[in-house]
Design a binder for this molecule. Structure first.
Ligand code: BG6
Length: 478
């Protein structure tokens, strides 16, 4: 057996991409609630004020809020042992600044976690998955303001105490390293106070982004330390969107440029969160790019005291890096890169690289030597119903099979991989395009980009295939 006996198989979602019920039971407006739908060619827009000209896909999403029992029962039928989901901050603190949590919001997650428990499923909870209360953008310019650390801690303390008997595994910030990139401005550092319009027109301010990221590092470390002192049964993880760059050629310039890119995009945040300090290369990067981070006395100590217990990451693609500007480029979720002639791409142009997953797993484990979980991976594809009315998604099965094979190889290489939660185990709203048409699920949801659909759920072929994989603990991949 390649996979360890207690390997955790499951799936992953995020609140804003599945729950809907965006204004129910006291919930406040979160950043995704002001994002319009787009497509592969039309960028999403930030449009506060709920302009009737636009569609806001998070408002209904797949209505997990009212379908969670059915959905969790389907996950259990597939054999899930773990379900990664996020808590929507604005259900608990609608503007982020209330003194007391919203009881109705807490009750919803109580029900969800109890439902998981009744099905023997372990929740893995992302505390902040691109879901900042929008009021904190308008008032504080997002995470650029240090006061968000205390507001985050208030939120953390409320959910830790309430769910202490239901949840063991927690992740502080989803893809925290998005903050090292321009795309993180909208999703994670949220420094876009006063902006509205197309995301392509959003200005980048690296100095603000890195300052915001510093505040997130402190917030994460403080939450981890707090947990270690008050809830020693919890396990706290970091979450990185891993991009895995190869040098395009063996030209030393390409190799060094790749090293630098990987340091700041793939390693920087986890070096801080796992090792507990800013790495030397980041200091050079800041100096050369005119970035100076304001730290308070005690910040460095807090970072060393709040290191995480396990490492998690999302893995969709890899890129090449070339110093030759003529080399063809391709796109991805957080960033693009040079096209790799050896790889095929998804319907959305994302490069598919199963062997790259084995390589990344080895690199991560060699560096940190702590347990690892893959908390997102999957194929966003157009699913078309066949004449028999079913979705025969052999392309998704192939994708997953090849990635799981490489996970098995990595485990045989000695990597301590403890779990796998493929993304969008049930169809949901795409983050980058806001589409429903980009489907990841093993469960199909009758909901479409024109707003039609009755939210009914159907099993795709991949549902039955993954069920077999889990039942055989990763041995039967046929
Ligand atoms: C990750 C995010 O970057 O990629 C998810 O954590 C997101 O929220 C996923 O949905 C897939 O990206 P997309 O754009 O296809 O939804």
């Amino acid at each position: 057996m390649r996979f360890p006996e207690h390997f955790l198989w499951g799936g992953a979602v995020a609140a804003n991409q599945c729950e809907g019920a965006w204004a129910s039971d006291g919930k406040g407006i979160s950043v995704p609630d002001v994002l319009t739908s787009g497509s592969h060619s039309v960028p999403r827009r930030i449009e506060p004020g709920m302009n009737p000209e636009y569609t806001y896909p998070s408002h209904e999403a797949i209505d997990f809020y009212h379908h969670y029992e059915e959905d969790i029962a389907l996950f259990a039928e597939m054999g899930f042992q773990v379900f990664r989901l996020s808590i929507n901050w604005t259900r608990i603190f609608p503007t982020g600044e209330e003194q007391e949590p919203n009881e109705k919001g807490l009750e919803f997650y109580d029900k969800v976690f109890n439902c998981c428990k009744n099905h023997g499923i372990e929740p893995l909870v992302t505390i902040s998955h691109y879901e900042l209360p929008f009021a904190l953008v308008e008032k504080y310019n997002g995470w650029t303001d240090r006061r968000l650390i205390d507001l985050f801690m208030r939120y953390c303390q409320a959910i830790f105490e309430r769910f202490k008997n239901q949840v063991t595994y927690w992740l502080t910030f989803n893809e925290i390293n998005a903050g090292t990139l321009y795309t993180g401005t909208m999703s994670t550092t949220n420094n876009f106070k006063g902006f509205h319009g197309s995301l392509k027109d959003l200005k980048d301010n690296p100095g603000e982004r890195y300052q915001a990221l510093h505040h997130q590092f402190i917030a994460s470390a403080r939450a981890v330390k707090y947990v270690h002192e008050h809830y020693p049964q919890f396990k706290m993880g970091c979450m990185i969107g891993f991009l895995g760059y190869y040098p395009y050629t063996c030209n030393p310039d390409d190799v060094l440029a790749t090293l630098k890119q990987k340091q700041m995009v793939d390693w920087f945040c986890s070096d801080v969160q796992v090792r507990g300090y800013y790495p030397g290369y980041s200091k050079r990067y800041f100096k050369e790019n005119g970035i100076s981070i304001r730290m308070e006395p005690g910040d460095e100590k807090e970072l060393t005291e709040g290191t995480v217990d396990f490492y998690t990451f999302s893995y969709y693609m890899t890129f090449c890096l070339s110093t030759d500007p003529k080399v063809e480029q391709t796109t991805g979720n957080l960033l693009g890169g040079a096209k790799n002639p050896y790889l095929k791409v998804s319907d959305w142009g994302w490069q598919i690289d199963p062997k790259g997953l084995r390589w990344c797993l080895n690199e991560i484990y060699d560096r940190y030597q702590i347990p690892i979980m893959i908390v997102e991976n999957g194929l966003g594809a157009y699913d078309v119903k066949s004449k028999d009315g079913k979705i025969h998604d052999d392309y998704r099965i192939n994708y997953m099979r090849q990635h799981i094979e490489q996970m098995g190889e990595a485990i045989t290489d000695g990597v301590d991989l403890i779990g796998y939660t493929p993304w969008g185990c049930i169809d949901l709203v795409s983050l980058s395009t806001g589409e429903m048409a980009k489907r990841y699920g093993m469960i199909y949801v009758n909901k479409f980009d024109d707003g039609t659909g009755d939210f009914s759920r159907e099993k795709k072929d991949s549902f039955y295939w993954y069920q077999k994989v889990i039942a055989s603990n990763g041995e039967d991949l046929a």
